[in-house]
Design a protein around this ligand. Structure first.
Ligand SMILES: Cc1cc2nc3c(=O)[nH]c(=O)nc-3n(C[C@H](O)[C@H](O)[C@H](O)COP(=O)(O)OP(=O)(O)OC[C@H]3O[C@@H](n4cnc5c(N)ncnc54)[C@H](O)[C@@H]3O)c2cc1C
Length: 463
């Protein structure tokens, strides 16, 4: 019988001893925190800091006091959500503030199609709370562990040619600033501030609460199937047009890609096969481990083992299908390019990636609709998003040194929460409202109480 490289079937290449060594994820060494301090590190283990304290305010009065103190003492303050950003947005030697105790739904209005929540609410919890009220988010990212404020602050997105990133559905925000202001912004009430605050990297103030647009709860059907990579690249624009959500994963050194579509269907009994993504990853990693030094043999073997007829069907409530869990840790860089350039760009990226024999992580290709937030990577630009990954503990520098320069030619805007080498001059050229944002940031936080080293580089603010 022909052996098969499927999302479930494991490669029978023998021996798993090497795997343990690769699975041991190296982590950033942690500096000792000051006495009474707090050691923090991000999800992938790449970013870390020794903060003076982790403050967890329970309400807006406590949060306002923390901000006032930061402005008075000059000890900087950074907000942390779920720590799922790959870029060093969070690390500080000052104070970390988590809104984990400011979580939950405050109110909802089904007729208006909106709900108001405390900004520390995790996306997964928000989806469940909305569901109890017969409501649902328009779209969700790949995982739902992020806090709402953390997710919108970096322009977190899902996929769908007609669906914008999460922040576009933030109808109103309350922002507490170091200068003691509590600013409420929303459509028709300081619209400019809303467009600036929707994606603001925690640099304008702390988002305490948000009103989000919500749809009546809906069910989705998911279909997954494999296609030869060249066919996928040709079919992608049409698949994106035909389906509410479409994305594909390119499987390096196999010649194949996996298409995933989601479409709304009438309610019915759920059927959801267990995710086999981890099996697939393990198989791709094994192929790389055993045959990485022989790329031609690696490709030949993958093509013989892969099951081109593989497909999966699932049906469930929207929030149960749109987000998943990712047990394998990795580091990531993601770039958003103009929609019409997406396929040409990803062809080049694949070509470059496959010049490195150590690559095995699938590349993710998604579609995101334009919006108007000043620092949105989708600002007035329908986009395609190209995400490249390296397993945690393995080299990832090449994502920035070898692959990132390619995106410059396509006017790629990097995901704020993922690894990128860009600084203020790069962003000034990419964002039409860049100087407006910088001016507003100076007004709301003149002493830079909310900045860290990374944000000073991003905004061009000297230490
Ligand atoms: C496994 C994995 C899968 C992912 N999938 C996707 C995906 O599908 N799509 C996508 O676009 N991204 C994705 N990401 C990236 C992730 O969504 C973003 O980095 C997001 O910002 C993380 O949210 P967080 O709550 O962890 O925020 P953090 O990483 O903790 O913080 C992010 C930023 O938000 C700020 N912040 C946090 N809370 C507040 C607040 N109350 N007020 C003001 N600022 C605040 C922080 O200061 C920081 O600047 C993924 C990341 C991982 C690790």
């Amino acid at each position: 019988m022909k052996p098969r490289l499927s999302r479930r079937a494991m490669l029978q290449l023998g021996g798993g001893a090497l795997l343990g060594a690769w699975a041991a994820q190296s982590r950033a060494p942690l500096a000792a925190p000051p006495a009474g301090g707090y050691r923090w590190r991000n999800w992938s283990g790449l970013q870390s800091c020794a903060a003076r304290e982790l403050a967890t305010p329970g309400d807006e009065a406590e949060l306002a006091k923390l901000l006032h103190e930061a402005a008075r003492t000059g000890v900087p303050l950074r907000c942390v959500g779920a720590g799922h950003s790959f870029s060093p947005l969070v690390p500080t030697a000052g104070k970390l503030v988590s809104l984990d105790r400011m979580s939950g739904l405050l109110s909802h209005d089904a007729a208006a199609g909106e709900a108001t929540l405390l900004a520390g609410t995790r996306i997964g919890l928000l989806a469940r709370l909305l569901d109890e009220k017969g409501l649902a988010l328009r779209n969700q990212p790949d995982i739902d562990a992020q806090s709402y404020a953390g997710a919108i602050s970096t322009a977190t997105h899902g996929t769908g040619a007609g669906l914008p990133a999460l922040h576009a559905d933030a109808r109103a925000l309350r922002l507490l600033t170091p200068s003691g202001l509590a600013l409420d912004c929303g459509k028709g009430r300081d619209d400019d501030l809303l467009q600036a605050a929707r994606v603001s990297l925690g640099s304008l103030g702390v988002i305490a609460r948000a009103t989000v647009a919500a749809l009546p709860a809906y069910h989705l059907q998911r279909k997954l199937w494999l296609l030869p990579a060249q066919d996928m690249l040709e079919a992608a624009p049409e698949l994106a047009r035909r389906h509410r959500h479409f994305e594909f994963y390119y499987l390096p050194f196999t010649g194949y890609a996996a298409a995933i579509v989601h479409d709304i269907r009438p309610p019915g009994p759920a059927s959801r096969p267990a995710s086999a993504d981890e099996d697939m990853l393990r198989e791709l990693r094994r192929l790389r481990d055993w045959l990485g030094g022989m790329p031609a043999l690696r490709r030949w073997t993958a093509r013989r083992l892969i099951d081109p007829d593989l497909s999966e069907l699932a049906f469930d409530k929207s929030w149960r299908l749109l987000s998943t869990v990712r047990p394998t840790r990795f580091n990531e860089s993601e770039w958003h390019v103009p929609r019409e350039a997406g396929i040409a760009c990803v062809r080049e990226v694949i070509d470059k990636l496959e010049r490195r024999n150590d690559v095995f992580f699938p590349l993710e290709f998604r579609f995101v609709k334009a919006d108007d937030a000043w620092l949105s990577p989708f600002y007035r630009r329908d986009s395609c998003s190209i995400a490249i990954h390296a397993a945690a503990g393995e080299p990832h520098d090449y994502l920035l040194t070898e692959i990132a320069p390619l995106f410059r030619r396509y006017e790629g805007r990097p995901h704020w929460g993922k690894l990128h080498p860009y600084g203020a001059a790069d962003f000034a050229a990419l964002y039409p409202r860049w100087s407006d944002f910088l001016k507003l940031r100076r007004e709301l936080d003149p002493k830079g109480a909310l900045l860290n080293h990374h944000l000073r580089r991003v905004f061009g603010v000297p230490a």
